[in-house]
Write a protein of this length. Structure first.
Length: 1003
């Protein structure tokens, strides 16, 4: 709303100078003076000036001259010719014996200097008068005008002090109510509204007949309104309107009453007050405000069409109003709220065209740009944003406009341009509140361009320099995402957790849980991954993200072999309102859960559901293929052939045609129909030469020939195809398959030659990247251990990023470990830690280091290494293996309870062989503690709980028999030994059992 200027009432004191005159002037001198004095007394100051000047000229020695000179100066004063009045006052003081006039002249000069805005001179004269005069009437005026001068000089505290002195010393002074009014006004200007109200109320209570009563009552209401004391303001203003309806402040009071109703959401009452201003015209200068106010009332009620109509009335009725630009702007906003962008845009354009110099032009340009942005007219939007930046650089909206230039490039995927634009925001508007967000966006653009280190620098810049930014959570989140893309998953987990811990209400909270879960997944910490995917699914508002989080939760549980939990997670996806592709994936993974549990009839049934329920998805063809795989794994090769045929007939355009043909060939191979198998392998070679399975097909033909005792023909086949496809990736693959075949035939020297040829002739082929590893395997089987270590080292040196390289280092370390060259072994294991941190291989390296340290007597170091592996990889095979090794050390230290606590951690594993081993060692801990009764039960748990883990079952049964011997239960011992001989095929333990039976014969 428009601000109105306050009216300051100026009080003027007429100083009357009493003087005795002849009752009836008789001389010319007396008559002329009396006439001039009479004209002065009647307030005819221009005529008085002429008469008084004539008198002084004609009677220079008259005894009335001092008075005439004084009245002449006074006449100039009342004519507001202050310079002349001051000059005459000064002349009077200098030339006439005016002792009795001196105080009065001083007060007049103080006032005159005040009106000439020479406030310092005014203050000097008035202050001197206060110290020299004792006349009440003069002191009252001096205090008042001195206060006014101090106020104009900006000495607010001094002004207030003098006003208060006047009121306290001279409460009956005609200046007292004016002083109080000035005190109230000063407090208002300082926004000390409570003090202002007190001053105005004192006028009303102590000076009820003051001419300022009406103004004081109105202004007390204005002050109450200004400090949002709406109820008090309403009470005071209603009283003022009722008591002083004709006052000049009436219109403003009516307007503020309407505003108070608006603030209190008394919308109809507000409209009535505004309309009253319009209808009565009591304040013509506020009519446009009233129209504008009614528009705001409707806007607040979200009655946008009605709001537009009132802003239109303002524009039609008072087109020259200062509020016209604002009305155009609000019209545009309301059209936006009505989702009428064309009309909104027109209103903003009108504002710019009709009022090009108005302060809201920049905001109108921004609104136009935003409208264009929303309808994806990014280039056009950008031109308006850029215009704001260029033409309104100092406007507070300019930094946001510059930011939106970057956003317009970003959504067009013009990442380099966007990055430069965001950088421009940072450089051009360094103190803007949007700099932190612009820096984040710059980092985001770099991240999308895979310039990860540069992106990281931007996010760190925000975290270091803008600690109070409201976008700090975004900076942390995108830093974590960058670390994730750099495969620095462990540091990424820490940053995601920081977002979660510090910003629980962040919009990035669900994404942070999701990213944290993925980081744990990459670290093979599947339990933590599953937990955080669940949290992401709970918090996200996006059903697609929820479905994906549940899918990945299922995948984590799948990797933990928690198949029942995985199936439950996948089933939850089925109940979501998401695209069928996600549901199809979930159903497919349910089939995989059954497949991994070797429940092939169950997996076939679940995969069939994908084909039946989601036939149009990309998962259907693979599901049909997996139906065939299920029957294949179940050994029902004839049914598998039927299912693979359905892939060929029902999904001829899928990517599984070649795989189905290859799988059919494998079925025939397993059925012993080698000629048919060769025919299918050959079909794959002929029809799908680029499938990536050609080498496998050749390998299949080779094995089919070998099964027909055609080994030489099989070996020649690889060379035939290598010759057919020379200098190709396929040739390299065939060369690898040749080496692999020779390796499987245990022709290690020939295999070595094949792998060496692969490495030398096809150094850039994918298969060449692990040729050195297989050369190491050949040397290992040939017992040429130093050559094996050299080959493994070459694998790491030449292809450090290849998945076989950490395995090669581990193999080299294990060779030296077996040779008891522990320092050499540790050196290789430490290379794994340095080059592949936070991977499963690094966990195995820690175990290797721990075992080497144990072997050299460094038990405490060994325990630290194993503990580190157990904690870092607590949810996967590596961590469980470390726990077993740590438990075994505790056994050697006779700390049986500590040993058992380690072994019991492993029982949580879904890996049967590890759980069986841990259970065996639990039994061993009781045996070594001479608790043979408990030992028997714990050993036998291996048999009853993990029956498929034969190596540990036979050891457990044997040790249970030994424990029974210790207890003197020879009959039970014999029964267990016979079980080993009759039911298990382990020759070593059969012999051991027989030896024990011989030992206890007759007992």
């Amino acid at each position: 709303m428009k601000m109105r200027n306050l009216i300051v009432v100026v009080f003027l004191l007429l100083l009357i100078v009493p003087q005795a005159y002849p009752q009836y002037p008789t001389t010319d001198e007396e008559q002329v003076f009396a006439t001039a004095k009479g004209i002065y007394d009647d307030g005819l100051y221009k005529l008085a000036v002429d008469q008084l000047k004539a008198f002084i000229k004609n009677f220079p020695n008259s005894r009335y001259k001092p008075e005439a000179s004084f009245y002449l100066a006074e006449s100039y004063f009342f004519l507001k010719r202050y310079d002349q009045s001051i000059q005459h006052y000064l002349d009077l003081l200098a030339t006439e014996p005016v002792v009795r006039f001196r105080p009065k002249i001083k007060i007049r000069m103080g006032e005159a200097y005040f009106h000439l805005e020479q406030f310092s001179k005014s203050r000097e004269i008035l202050a001197e008068l206060l110290s020299s005069s004792t006349e009440k009437e003069l002191l009252e005026a001096a205090y008042y005008w001195l206060a006014e001068a101090e106020y104009r000089l900006g000495h607010i505290r001094e002004a207030i002090r003098h006003y208060n002195q006047l009121v306290i010393l001279f409460p009956d002074s005609p200046f007292a109510d004016y002083a109080l009014y000035s005190i109230g006004f000063v407090h208002e200007t300082e926004k000390k509204y409570a003090d202002a109200i007190d001053a105005y109320k004192k006028i009303l209570s102590d000076y009820p007949n003051s001419q300022l009563s009406a103004s004081a009552l109105y202004r007390s209401g204005f002050a109450a309104s200004a400090c949002s004391e709406n109820e008090l303001a309403k009470k005071l203003l209603l009283a003022a309107v009722e008591k002083y309806p004709e006052d000049a402040y009436r219109g403003r009071a009516e307007f503020l009453l309407a505003e108070i109703h608006l603030k209190n959401k008394n919308y109809q009452a507000a409209i009535d007050r505004y309309q009253k201003l319009i209808d009565t015209k009591i304040a013509p200068d506020l009519i446009d405000d009233a129209y504008y106010g009614i528009g705001w009332v409707f806007l607040e009620q979200k009655k946008y069409a009605e709001a537009i109509s009132r802003f239109d009335l303002l524009l039609q009725k008072i087109p020259e109003s200062q509020l016209a630009p604002n009305a155009w702007f609000q019209k545009g906003r309301n059209y936006n709220f009505l989702n009428q962008p064309l009309q909104a845009r027109e209103a903003f354009v009108n504002l710019i065209n009709k009022h090009p110099d108005h302060q809201s032009v920049a905001a109108a340009l921004y609104e136009i740009a935003t409208i264009d942005f929303k309808v994806r007219q990014f280039s056009q939007a950008r031109s308006f944003y850029q215009r704001i930046v260029n033409e309104f650089t100092e406007n507070q909206i300019a930094p946001e406009a510059a930011f939106m230039v970057g956003e317009s490039y970003r959504v067009e995927n013009e990442l380099a341009q966007a990055q430069l634009a965001f950088q421009g925001v940072v450089e051009r508007f360094p103190k803007s509140g949007i700099v932190a967000l612009a820096t984040i966006k710059m980092g985001w653009c770099l991240l999308q361009q895979k310039k990860y280190q540069q992106a990281l620098a931007q996010f760190d810049r925000v975290l270091e320099n803008y600690a109070d930014s409201k976008n700090l959570d975004e900076a942390l989140y995108w830093k974590a995402e960058t670390l994730f893309n750099l495969k620095k998953w462990q540091p990424a987990t820490q940053i995601y957790q920081e977002v979660i811990g510090k910003f629980p209400d962040s919009e990035k909270i669900a994404d942070s849980y999701y990213g944290l879960a993925w980081s744990y997944f990459k670290l093979s910490q599947y339990g933590n991954a599953a937990k955080n995917f669940e949290r992401a699914a709970e918090l996200t508002r996006d059903p697609k993200v929820q479905a994906d989080a549940l899918l990945r939760k299922g995948d984590a549980e799948f990797n933990l072999r928690s198949f029942a939990e995985a199936v439950a997670s996948y089933n939850r996806v089925q109940r979501l309102n998401v695209k069928t592709g996600l549901k199809a994936e979930a159903q497919f993974q349910i089939g995989n859960c059954y497949f991994r549990q070797s429940n092939f009839s169950g997996s076939a049934a679940e995969f069939r559901k994908v084909v039946r329920w989601y036939p149009e998805t990309t998962w259907a063809a693979e599901a049909q293929f997996m139906v065939g795989r299920s029957f294949f794994q179940a050994g029902d090769y004839n049914q598998a052939l039927t299912e693979f045929d359905r892939v060929l007939t029902d999904f001829p355009s899928s990517g599984f045609m070649a795989q189905a043909v290859y799988a059919k060939a494998d079925c025939y191979y397993n059925l012993g129909a080698y000629k048919e198998a060769i025919g299918k392998y050959q079909r794959l070679i002929d029809e799908f030469p680029n499938s990536g399975l050609l080498a496998d097909a050749v390998n299949g033909i080779q094995w089919s020939l070998i099964q027909q005792n055609k080994t030489s023909e099989a070996l020649a086949l690889a060379d035939l195809y290598i010759e057919k496809y020379p200098n190709s990736e396929m040739a390299a693959d065939l060369q690898f398959r040749k080496g692999e075949l020779l390796f499987n035939l245990k022709k290690y020297q020939q295999a070595l030659t094949a792998f060496d040829l692969l490495a030398k002739q096809y150094p850039d082929a994918p298969t060449a990247a692990f040729a050195h590893y297989w050369m190491g395997e050949c040397y290992l089987n040939l017992e040429q251990l130093e050559a094996a270590v050299a080959a493994y080292s070459n694998q790491f040196r030449k292809y450090p990023q290849h998945e076989f390289s950490p395995e090669s280092l581990l193999k080299a370390g294990e060779i030296y470990q077996k040779q008891k060259r522990y320092n050499d072994a540790i050196a290789y294991f430490e290379k794994v830690l340095q080059n592949y941190p936070n991977t499963a291989a690094s966990g195995r390296a820690l175990i290797g280091i721990g075992n080497c340290q144990k072997a050299t007597g460094n038990v405490s170091l060994a325990m630290k290494s194993l503990q580190r592996a157990a904690e870092q990889f607590s949810e996967n095979e590596t961590g469980y293996r470390a726990a077993i090794e740590l438990g075994k050390i505790y056994l050697e230290m006779q700390q049986h309870q500590n040993a058992r606590s380690q072994f019991q951690k492993v029982l949580q594993s879904k890996i049967t062989s590890l759980s069986a081993e841990a259970q065996y060692w639990i039994g061993e801990s009781y045996f070594l503690a001479d608790d043979f009764t408990t030992a028997v039960v714990e050993y036998l748990k291996v048999k009853y709980l993990y029956s498929s883990a034969d190596p540990w079952v036979v050891r457990g049964v044997f040790q249970a028999a030994m424990a029974n011997e210790k207890l003197g239960r020879f009959g039970e011992a014999r029964q267990l030994y016979r079980t080993l001989i009759e039911k298990y095929l382990d020759q070593e333990y059969q012999n051991k059992a027989q030896n024990r039976l011989n030992e206890i014969a007759g007992k």
